[in-house]
Unconditional design. Structure first.
Length: 686
């Protein structure tokens, strides 16, 4: 009996050992498309007190194909990291009351976004609104008793034709025609505009009906700020009848909480926006652009003494694009972010305009491509929490304290990435062959890179064109590198973060020598023995799509190209893009019909007769910024010439194709599939 039992155990062990096993070599070792749904990053941090931080934890919902936002908290003293308000559906616009006892936020309920209030002591949340549109720009009164916000408010007008005959009972007729007479009749990401405007509302926290404060056939949206006595709200608007034809015109106003009377506060040339009152109530801070009709214009941080009306331009000497700014709690200065050489960094400025840089680099929130990004929060004791810029993973939260080592507060992606080998990212030094300017660039190497082997190269070009890449995490670039490509990206002339002179080198001259800068980047890479010069690929989106199409009209050095959401014909773009009042006034020297020859000269379509590169067009079908008709023109021209071409149309996608995780996968998946078709050399092992 004992021997038979022993024999059974031995037999069972032999059977189990004979089962197929998955060795470590079979487990994923590099990033894959499926990992898109596994990554997270922090956003919108704020301090409840000097030791308690709350932030929005952004994750991907694989079932709803969207981002989910839950509130989490970090105890800075002991490092405790736990949910704060995470058992709800996605939370947005979380805003702490000045009294520190409650938080306002918005949340979708039955398909409509409503305003809620969360009480910290009882951990209860209650709805405050039952509105049909989304409350935006949530702003607390200083006593914590009222909430102001903006809300789209319908503005009805009499239809042009109203004498349609009565339809017989049971008849099936075509839908009614849509009548349009507004300048801004559609916008990217929102579609065709409904009749109405953003207006300012106020609501007691005890609940009730939101009360409308502003009126008029113009938008009163944007950042709000309560006056120190809670009797008025400051906001920015263009309240002229022809506001839609002047995209860079606005002033700061204030509206009385009791009477609704509106008073203009500032009247400078160019737009003023983003009002913020100092904690002591004596100063109004805002951003201002001196509008000189240049394509790239840098804003300045301004302060106005509310008693004397004296203004000080605080950042005039900086010559850099500004981001977020917050008042110090003692009202003696402001902490702000700004772009510099592909980085988003911080500085402090006092009320005299003395600027002191803060040694931190923000980033990690631009999920798809390596754009500048980042957020921060300031505590009463001067500590700063910021989203960290990382080359190989999305952001975590970092704590800055003057005179101390920065400390990391979160590790959101260790579970998803610690077991994977990521692409190493390095700086690349490039000198322009056109005028010897230094061009910043970066390169990502495939996991397990071996310099003795030959690798294909992808040039990835940023959009804008007045935007900036940097040495930041990019899911798209990491996925390309994981497929065995060396990937290079850069900031050619015209990019932001290098000052107004550099940005405007392409003013009314785009594309131009920015193409030369990009080819210099490629040449610098090809000079390395590990790059296969016969396996060069090129892609970019929006402004990067323009430069991709322009490049393959200038050279046949690339094995294949993917032109994403491009402008192909400046003439047609000028009169179909959603922001046509801006483009026609700032990107063009005159109205398009007056300078058609100049626009054609800079249109990639003018070079289509030179193109031999196999080209894929990729655009969202709901893109109103660079409408899909631009891609269709190029596709049809390439087909007429017999060039190997294809088109990918992403249903429902606007200009921001990667707004849904599955669309990001579709985008990068199609790019790589197209390149793989023309990648003929042996692929290095990864």
């Amino acid at each position: 009996m004992a021997n038979s039992r022993f024999a059974w155990v031995i037999g069972a062990m032999v059977f189990l050992l004979s089962l197929p096993t998955q060795s470590n070599a079979q487990l994923p070792t590099t990033l894959s498309l499926e990992d898109t749904f596994n990554l997270e990053f922090p956003a919108s941090p704020f301090f409840i007190d000097d030791h308690t931080l709350v932030y929005a934890r952004q994750s991907m919902d694989i079932m709803r194909d969207s981002r989910r936002s839950a509130l989490w908290q970090v105890n800075i003293k002991d490092g405790t990291h736990r949910p704060f308000l995470a058992n709800k559906s996605s939370v947005s616009q979380a805003t702490l009351a000045p009294t520190k006892d409650k938080i306002a936020f918005t949340q979708s309920v039955n398909g409509r976004t409503q305003l809620f209030l969360y009480y910290i002591d009882t951990q209860q949340s209650i709805p405050l609104t039952n509105v049909s549109e989304t409350p935006r720009n949530l702003t607390w009164s200083h006593d914590g008793k009222q909430l102001a916000f903006t809300l789209f408010t319908p503005h009805t007008s009499k239809p042009l034709f109203s004498d349609m005959p009565k339809k017989p009972k049971g008849a099936s007729w075509a839908e009614q025609a849509t009548y349009i007479e507004n300048v801004q009749y559609r916008s990217d990401g929102q579609g065709y505009a409904k009749a109405g405007f953003e207006q300012i509302y106020i609501l007691p926290v005890e609940g009730g009906t939101p009360r409308q404060l502003t009126q008029g056939a113009f938008s009163n949206g944007g950042t709000l700020a309560f006056s120190h006595d809670n009797q008025a709200l400051y906001f920015a608007a263009d309240r002229a009848e022809d506001f839609a034809l002047h995209p860079l015109r606005s002033a700061i106003y204030k509206v009385s909480i009791n009477s609704g009377d509106v008073e203009q506060v500032t009247d400078l040339e160019g737009p003023e926006y983003g009002p913020a009152i100092s904690p002591d109530g004596k100063w109004l801070a805002f951003s201002h652009v001196i509008d000189n009709k240049m394509a790239y214009q840098i804003d300045d941080l301004m302060v106005m003494n509310l008693k004397t009306k004296e203004m000080v331009r605080l950042t005039e000497s900086l010559d850099r694009t500004l981001g977020k700014f917050v008042w110090r709690h003692d009202s003696k200065g402001i902490i702000f972010s700004y772009l510099d050489q592909g980085e988003n960094t911080l500085a402090a400025v006092n009320l005299k305009g003395d600027i002191k840089p803060i040694d931190v680099s923000l980033g990690g929130q631009s999920f798809g491509r390596p754009y500048t990004s980042g957020d921060f929060a300031l505590s009463r004791n001067g500590s700063i929490v910021y989203t960290q810029a990382s080359r190989t993973r999305p952001a975590d939260l970092m704590l800055y304290r003057k005179g101390k080592q920065d400390s990391q507060l979160t590790t959101l992606n260790d579970d998803a990435l610690n077991h994977l080998t990521m692409a190493k990212v390095e700086d690349l030094s490039v000198v322009s062959s056109y005028d010897e300017r230094e061009i910043d660039a970066w390169v990502a190497y495939p996991p397990n890179f071996d310099s003795s082997k030959k690798y294909p190269l992808i040039l990835e070009i940023h959009g804008g064109p007045h935007a900036a890449y940097g040495p930041h995490f990019s899911l798209e670039i990491q996925l390309m590198a994981a497929k065995g490509y060396v990937v290079v990206w850069s900031n050619p002339r015209g990019s932001s973060s290098y000052g107004s002179e550099f940005g405007n080198l392409i003013h009314h001259n785009y594309p131009s020598q920015d193409y030369d800068d990009l080819m210099d980047v490629v040449d610098t890479m090809v000079a390395n023995n590990y790059i296969d010069s016969k396996q060069l690929f090129i892609t970019g989106g929006s402004g990067g799509g323009v430069l991709t199409a322009w490049s393959i009209g200038k050279t046949n050095r690339f094995a294949a190209a993917v032109v994403a959401k491009p402008v192909i014909n400046w003439m047609s773009f000028a009169l179909t893009a959603d922001a046509y009042p801006f483009f026609s006034q700032y990107w063009m020297a005159d109205m398009p019909w007056k300078i058609a020859d100049k626009l054609w000269k800079r249109s990639p379509l003018s070079l289509v007769g030179n193109v031999e590169t196999p080209t894929l067009l990729l655009t969202g079908e709901a893109d109103y910024r660079t409408p899909i008709s631009e891609s269709e023109q190029y596709y049809q021209a390439l087909k007429l010439r017999g060039v190997d071409a294809a088109m990918v149309r992403i249903p429902g996608a606007s200009h921001g194709i990667a707004s849904k995780p599955s669309r990001l996968i579709q985008k990068v998946g199609n790019i790589l599939a197209w390149f793989e078709r023309y990648r003929t050399e042996d692929k290095p092992e990864s």
